[in-house]
Design a protein around this ligand. Sequence first.
Ligand code: ZN
Length: 380
Amino acid sequence: MTRHHPWRANAVLLALVAIGGSAAAQTGGRASDNEFDDSHFHLTNYVQEGPSVHDILKLMGKRIGRSTLFGIPLQQTWSYENSGNFAPTYYLQTDAPLYYYSFTDAVIAMEYRSLTPAERARFDPMITGFNPADMYAAAHIRRVLRIFPGVFSGIGEFTIHKEFVSPKIAGEVASLTNPALDSILSLAGEVGLVVLIHNDMDVPFAKAGAEPVFLTQMKAVLRRHPKTTIIWAHMGLGRVVRPVQPSASAPVTEWNPNFGLIVQGILEDSTLRHVYFDISWDEVAKYIVATPQTLHRSADMINRYPDRFLFGTDVVAPRDTAHYFAVFNMYSPLWALLTPEASAKVRKGNYERLFDAARRRVRAWEKAQGWVDRDVGNHR
Ligand SMILES: [Zn+2]
């Protein structure tokens, strides 16, 4: 009898999964004890630095059950010519360009593999280190899956249009009409990877009453990939990419009826049932909790479509719980207005449904390629 009988390997794997599930429940508390799962979490910052995943586990404690795990695919260049001895750590701190830093995927995979199986059960690593304007991007994603089988559940957060960031990236600018993006989304659909995409719906400081500049292109690309699970990060909003305004006299910082109609249109569109929104980022929370009206409009929308929204923090390399939980706490008034069902889905249920499905599908796809994780149990 061989030592590596497939039946035996499967039995061991199943046992590990079972241990992982129950141990996760012990270390993270019962599922019902966790306040939320984090669908949008950056372990590292724009210069590829951050805490270890072990530090993050401590910060998660029992408040956070599960979390996505990704870095930032863009590295801010420290250009001596531009900022001298000042070392920029954020894209707004220098005029020097950003470039795609593919090694981030290896960093994330190795962080994940340094965890015990029980700890791993709480994370969903994501591939981000590709240039979405490059026809070779899909090849990179395949390569990462081959080298690190058993690790990744999704791709992203990656970015097409982003205020202040897109024009700073070296090389060809990303576009929603680039077939490279279609090949990425097709591969994700084939493999079962959840897609977390950042794409501003509009340009900064858009003219009131105008159609959001990138909305039509975005809907078209989403419609071309109905078999891919896609989370549109931040509902397409940004720091200054604010909810579209019905008129020049309308308040500029609010979730207003026109923006609500756009979101509702997507939620009701039968060709966009595979599209979800995350409400991550304090810049998005500021629009939702701006006034009692914005808060009620947002809560009504989420209560009507509770399966389509996910909470995420969008924190970057948090050092303490105050930083980590700030966005969740900012949403306290929203949680209070949601039905118990909607609140539970947005905080946890939708994450678990989408990412559990992704884990199953991606592992099956990898297995079909003959790519098997030989690293199970090889943690420190
Ligand atoms: Zn983010």
